[in-house]
Design a protein around this ligand. Structure first.
Ligand SMILES: O=c1[nH]c(=O)c2[nH]c(=O)[nH]c2[nH]1
Length: 292
């Protein structure tokens, strides 16, 4: 029997980076969580402990902070591309940089945005995953935990019934989810901020305006809306937990419940996931950041 080293990568996970732009009295901040991951011929370190080809994970973390000082972080995609391209040299042949951006809103004081005070924007995060392989680059961006709800305009019926089916058919229900989505860009010369803002807007608009017969249908329509309007996007993946809102039975109290009083269930939840593709898209190459 022969034992060999399989695929491997290593890096620093979840470097917390906050930058303050202090060029004037009105400060702005960037709050990021950056993970770096490098690949190359690291057989020697795994088999013999020879670390000659290992860029220490501590160095990777320091590089994140030094780069943030040396020039403005800018859009997370650009920052990730700069970092990834820096690491790929000598023994390191590939890099994957994951960044989550945490939003902050300016606090309003007497109706005016304060110069240097902020409140956390909520759970939603903007994300990117940049993969560098030699001189090629792939960018997959997205967002996580964008919680949305519509109080009508959603039905669910026509599904098969067997002896285990108890779910009532409904022509009017609450539809709620926490959108996690990633989209694969074609190319890397893109106005990242504008593209993100538009994609987010298109998804929200479709969620709101589509009269939905299932979360699956909503998922497809959200992805389709992005692909129709944004030629820079090759593929959209969505993961939508169905945040069930169950109508409370008020008949024991002699009350009608006309779709007004709900119990928001925590778990279990339906999990609806899917990919929406264009048929003329560039091949994904190493774009999707899966390892294990
Ligand atoms: O939009 C839905 N899709 C389902 O697949 C499903 N299954 C379920 O119980 N409720 C729902 N809702």
């Amino acid at each position: 029997m022969a034992i060999t080293l399989g695929p491997n990568q290593y890096g620093k996970a979840e470097v917390r980076l906050v930058t303050v732009n202090r060029t004037g009295p009105v400060h702005s901040i960037k709050d990021l969580t950056v993970s770096t991951s490098l690949r190359g011929d690291l057989t020697a370190t795994h088999l013999t402990g020879d670390n000659a080809g290992v860029v220490a994970t501590d160095t990777q973390k320091n590089t994140v902070y030094a780069f943030a000082k040396q020039s403005p972080v800018g859009e997370i995609e650009d920052f990730a591309l700069r970092l990834g391209r820096h690491f790929v040299r000598d023994n390191i042949k590939g890099a994957r940089i994951l960044i989550d951006e945490h939003g902050w809103d300016r606090i309003a004081v007497d109706g005016k945005p304060h110069e240097h005070s902020f409140s956390r924007a909520g759970d939603e995060k903007r994300t990117t995953a940049v993969t560098i392989d030699g001189d090629r680059a792939w960018v997959v961006s997205g967002l996580r935990d964008l919680v949305v709800l519509k109080s009508t305009g959603s039905e669910f019926h026509g599904f098969p019934r067997d002896r285990y089916t108890t779910l009532a058919e409904t022509g009017d229900r609450i539809l709620a989810t926490a959108v996690t989505t990633r989209w694969r860009y074609q190319g890397s010369e893109i106005d990242w901020a504008k593209s993100f803002t538009e994609i987010r807007r298109l998804m929200l608009q479709k969620f709101a305006t589509l009269h939905s017969y299932s979360l699956q249908q909503t998922l497809y329509a959200m992805g389709e809306a992005v692909l129709e309007a944004r030629p820079e996007v090759a593929e959209v993946r969505l993961s939508l937990p169905n945040k069930h809102h169950f109508l409370v039975d008020l008949t024991p109290f002699g009350l009608e419940n006309d779709n007004e009083v709900f119990y928001a269930a925590d778990r279990p939840y339906g999990l609806i996931e899917g990919t929406v593709l264009r048929d003329d898209a560039e091949e994904p190459g190493l774009a999707w950041p899966t390892f294990t």
